[in-house]
Design a protein around this ligand. Sequence first.
Ligand SMILES: [Zn+2]
Length: 213
Amino acid sequence: MFFDISVPFAAATPPWPDDVGFSCGWTCRREEGSSVNLGVLHSSAHVGTHADAPLHVHSSWPASESLPASVFVGEVQLIALPADHDAASDITVEVLQRLLGAHVPTRVIVRTGCSVASGTFPANWPALTADAATWLVQHGLTLWGVDAPSVDRRTSTALPVHNAIFGGGAFVLENLALEVVPIGRYELLAQPLAVHGADAAPVRALLRAIREK
Ligand SMILES: [Zn+2]
């Protein structure tokens, strides 16, 4: 059984304010005498579920073709912030230790409850502190996934979480759809498209239940 945790790469999905939303235009149409309908996609790479490339935050860092396939498939721990966790409150090391226990998994996905999956761009969302991001990668994390539009705060310009995660050799998933998925351990299947030269790549993200032996 799969949970599809993808927010569609679609015109109906709200982009980051002032970013370019998704549209599908037509190079030619059968109604106009062509042998096929031939579409052309126009969109920011950050619409819907996607993986940022390190290039997103540093011009000299690697682009989307460098996103390693092995990071985006494998066991993942889905956690959820408590319902009373305010959007303005940080995700600190203490919060993570309460949710994860003593062990930091290789891959973690967090439900903040603030997501474009709701149909509107959220006004605010919780994010890791720089210390918490550093603590995660120092303890072996390779992938941090969020339902929010960014792993950093909406108003952040220094982007400390992107920098700590990419700087530590780990990667991110943003804009996941996690409303209906129970917390727990899953197999993640979330390959970025093999897009070259971009600062992010769209992702179709699935979770498959792990059968406990
Ligand atoms: Zn992004």
